[in-house]
Design a protein around this ligand. Sequence first.
Ligand code: IK2
Length: 455
Amino acid sequence: MLRRSGLSLGQYFLRRKNRAGFSWYFNKTKMSRLVQARRLEGMDKNVWVEFVKLAATYPTVNLGQGFPDFPPPDFVKEAFMKAVGGENIMLHQYTRAFGHPVLVTILARFFGKLLGQELDPLTNVLVTVGAYEALFCCFQALVDEGDEVIIIEPFFDCYEPMVKMAGGTPVFVQLRPKAAEAGKLMSSGDWQLDPAELASRFTERTKAIVLNSPNNPLGKVFTRGEMELIADLCVKHDVLCFSDEVYEWIVYDGKEHIRIASLPGMWDRTITIGSAGKTFSATGWKIGWSLGPDRLLKHLRTVHQNSVYHCPTAAQEAVAQAFQREFDNYGKPDSYFVQLAQELQQKRDWLVRSLVAGGMKPIVPEGTYFLMADFSEFKSEVPDLPDSDEPYDSRFIKWMIINKGLVSIPVSAFYSTPHKRNFDHFIRFCFAKEESTLKAAEDILQQWSLEKTGQ
Ligand code: IK2
């Protein structure tokens, strides 16, 4: 139109302004159509964005987001320093899109042994930006409009929006708590699937189930029997399994982490997801991976090559060296994986004791570095607002941050909307923390308990 009228842009607007005034211009520049893609509707809230910001705003003892406040082991830091400071200048440049060659090679060797499967580094391993990207690739690559994806509650919060962004429908099934053994604290193992309820969620539209063992936020480590139940249903209904195993090395009390891909009939339908951040206590490195058959992984590669394309080379090199060291030390007392679980178990027990002494009821986790605690005894502190859109646990933690200086994460964030209210008397604590942090949390809980009892 401008070209036809022979006017410059400025002349054009001046003429329109003189005719209709500035209001015409401003109304026209505001788009009246929906700007965001419809698939983003209802997904703007994110518990990490909200609570990480709160933790940074107030002086607090932070047992919220899941990261260690202690350093990664020396051999891991040294591997990174060597990667960035060494002679191989190519470690500062792009590397292979689907994974740095040394990293995919050692991941294939390491996990091939654990899965009882010969892994081809080039086709059975994909390196991603953390486990987050691995999950995103799974949903984008393998879930279609109208597909159903079964999610076990409580679940790591991103599964639900990721399924929806792929056009799929999340279908939820709950881990249900049974009474604890007499005289004992409840354990994450007391939360179990009802086999009939689980079976009822599989329909002809089911494309995949998401399994997260050890589970965030509960800390449940699924037993071999529970894994076999899930595996049998996957095989029976020809369903895929996205197995999020980022806490695979963090299991306690002699429990065993079972890899569902190693069960009969499962390799061919499972994507196994891992995280160097959780494995080597270096969450900021954001290196993750997916393992699986080429027939599935090739579609994840399509998503990866058209989105992220490539992960940081030096970090991949360092993770490769760290895995090589763990490969050589596998199962030995020197293994970081062995030491990490032992150290974290002591921290778990410390936090459990502090919470019990303070009046909360922790659920003792069998794995991960999280625990859920029932804070019902503290409900008098913050009034319930049944009409509020915000779940009670979320409001309680905001109050706790401001008034007590202690950060945790609301467990309602790990439930689907219809079920949030049923679990909003639980909050999640992270205990991958220095002794000084755990002591500071203990002091807060102790002081709080004294105030509550009027002493
Ligand atoms: N899957 C699970 C189960 C996770 O817990 C995480 C990381 N979560 O950390 C935040 C928290 O719960 O406090 C991921 C995937 C993502 O892992 P990565 O950091 O490797 O992307």
